[in-house]
Design a protein around this ligand. Structure first.
Ligand SMILES: [Zn+2]
Length: 411
């Protein structure tokens, strides 16, 4: 009889889907469940808008990193959805596109009021958590959608945008980007222009967090010198481990610590694994040609090319490079925690923005507890994890609000 029960149990264990068969211990699950996990970068709005994706999707074949079920399985409490406007295909209507993306997030929240809510403050994030709802926040990736108009910056704040990455991969009229800093055809400014510095100060006054992911090194140092509030890197990793210009040097990590800010470590294979980065560079030319051939074909047929269209091709190409182990990501988190300090590190996944290029085992938000487990294995304790998984970001967000109140009171 006992043998029979054992046999039944064994066969049941084998039937558990792969994603549930993780090496996550009861202690890691317990810690994960006791904290408010906040991720600061997901590109899901492109899917909401272009693919008509529903965050309530329960389709097991669905490739999206973020769904309400996946967030619940990984105990992800709050997500900053990226308002990212592709600068080439949206020439002449950056702000319009940003407004469409913002709308797409609100529409998801409206569709699932029992499980999801828009959040605009640290208090909102905590309230959502108490009400067992997924908190959706907005972060704008790149300064170009404000179209050089501080009034638009304020309008975006009023709509709920709570951080702005000063640049994406494109240098704009007031800030240099790491993405094109070595391109002599692009007109650069040696960091932030005077106008760019005024934009940073206006963000401080509004209470919009200043995000330095993607900016050039000089823009970083200019921003950190001028800001009155702690800054964030919404999705950046460590250059000492992976030699990518998108990543932050140890000196930059220490500067963020001194400023009281937080570096939210990016999961993108390209910026967390040197072997992957080199293999990726080797493929880049052919991959770009394949994307161009495909999108040209769509254009010739009179169709609008969307993010999802190129994502489809990019996934096929990314799949040619072996995924790095989870260890690569954990090494980056550990490095930032050691160099900047445990009070200055967090998670900025870049979910749904990397066309499948995440480390082995990290296939969606449901896999976040694996990171908690790996950090426990490296000696991080519950207090450390509480800070890293969301506490640090909440502290910086609160400080941005405090600085804003102070600046507004001064007039
Ligand atoms: Zn990005």
């Amino acid at each position: 009889m006992n043998k029979l029960i054992l046999a039944v149990l064994l066969s049941l264990a084998c039937a558990i889907p792969l994603y549930a068969q993780t090496a996550v211990s009861a202690r890691a699950r317990e810690i994960q469940a006791s904290v408010l996990v906040i991720d600061t970068h997901a590109d899901a709005p492109q899917r909401f808008l272009d693919d008509n994706y529903d965050i309530g999707s329960t389709d097991p074949k669905d490739l999206a990193h973020i769904s309400l079920d996946k967030a619940k399985a990984g105990n992800l409490g709050a997500e900053f959805f990226s308002i990212w406007v592709e600068p080439d295909t949206n020439q002449g209507h950056f702000a319009h596109k940003a407004l469409d993306l913002i709308d797409s997030v609100y529409e998801q929240a409206a569709r699932h009021p029992d499980r999801m809510m828009m959040a605009f403050s640290p208090d909102d994030i905590e309230r959502a958590h108490r009400e067992h709802k997924f908190a959706a926040l907005l972060g704008m990736e790149g300064g170009h959608p404000i179209e050089n108009d501080v009034r638009l910056l304020r309008d975006f704040y009023r709509l709920g945008v709570r951080y702005m990455t000063l640049t994406w991969s494109n240098t704009n009229e007031w800030a240099d980007s790491s993405g094109d800093i070595n391109n002599p055809q692009v007109e650069h400014h040696n960091g932030l222009t005077e106008g760019g510095k005024q934009i940073v100060l206006e963000m401080n006054r509004l209470g919009m967090m200043v995000d330095i992911s993607h900016v050039s090194d000089k823009t970083f140092y200019d921003a950190i010198a001028v800001t009155k509030a702690p800054i964030i890197a919404s999705h950046s990793s460590a250059r000492a481990l992976t030699n990518h210009l998108r990543d932050m040097t140890d000196d930059m990590l220490r500067a963020v610590a001194k400023n009281g800010g937080v570096v939210q470590v990016n999961f993108n294979n390209r910026v967390i694994d040197e072997n992957y980065r080199l293999a990726d560079i080797a493929l880049a030319k052919d991959r770009a040609a394949a994307v161009k051939a495909y999108t040209d074909q769509l254009k010739a047929a009179g169709k609008t090319v969307t993010f999802i269209d190129s994502d489809r091709i990019l996934r096929e190409w990314n799949a040619k490079i072996p995924r790095p182990p989870l260890k690569s990501l954990i090494d980056h988190i550990d490095h930032v925690a050691k160099v900047a300090g445990i009070d200055h590190v967090g998670l900025g996944s870049d979910f749904d923005g990397v066309s499948g290029a995440t480390p082995a085992g990290i296939d969606s938000a449901a896999d976040l507890p694996k990171i908690t487990q790996a950090l426990l294995d490296r000696g991080y304790n519950a207090d450390d994890l509480h800070k890293l998984l969301g506490g640090n970001l909440l502290r910086v967000f609160r400080e941005a609000e405090r600085v804003s109140r102070e600046m507004q009171a001064r007039k």
